[in-house]
Design a protein around this ligand. Structure first.
Ligand code: ZN
Length: 167
């Protein structure tokens, strides 16, 4: 059944990451074969803390779990308006925006998103990846049953709301 532990303390080992207890995974399948997005999901840690809005996307070697993230923005130096990070010009006053406001990854690519919640080492990342993908595959089977209902708690249709522009 769903809701088992991953590397739980019950089996007597507390390897970092593998000892992180994921007590529940909820999946919302996305039924659009044209999209790379396969599903949204939430995970519950130690029966006490829920992280929502993880995404399961098509990766180079199977389903890949992406952490919840937010789009970075920067304030216009002239008027203070919040623009998308890579905007060339302010959406409010039209002034050219300084290029220096775009942070770069270690490989030099512009960073436009920041994770809201994320594992801090590889073992935890792999534990989440393994558990979520296995639940995703189980959910695909469950979805074939009559009367199937996703257990993912949707708050309205936030995922499909177009980004708000302007104040
Ligand atoms: Zn401005």
């Amino acid at each position: 059944m769903a809701g088992g532990l991953i590397g739980g303390t019950g089996c007597g080992f507390l390897e970092r990451g593998a000892g992180m207890e994921i007590t529940e995974v909820r999946i919302k399948l996305i039924d659009d074969p044209a999209e790379r997005l396969l599903a949204f999901c939430s995970i519950t840690l130690a029966g006490a803390f829920v992280v929502r809005d993880l995404k399961i996307i098509v990766g180079p070697s199977g389903p890949f779990v992406a952490m919840p993230s937010r789009k970075l923005s920067s304030h216009c130096p002239a008027c203070g308006f919040k623009n998308p990070l890579r905007a060339g010009y302010c959406n409010q006053c039209g002034k050219k925006q300084p290029e220096t406001t775009v942070p770069r990854d270690t490989d030099g690519r512009p960073r436009l998103y920041a994770d809201i919640a994320h594992p801090i080492h590889a073992a935890a990342r792999e534990a989440i990846q393994r558990r979520v993908v296995s639940e995703y595959e189980a959910e695909l089977d469950r979805a074939k049953q009559p009367g199937y209902v996703s257990r993912y708690d949707e708050i309205g249709d936030e995922e499909h709301r177009p980004p708000r522009r302007g104040g």
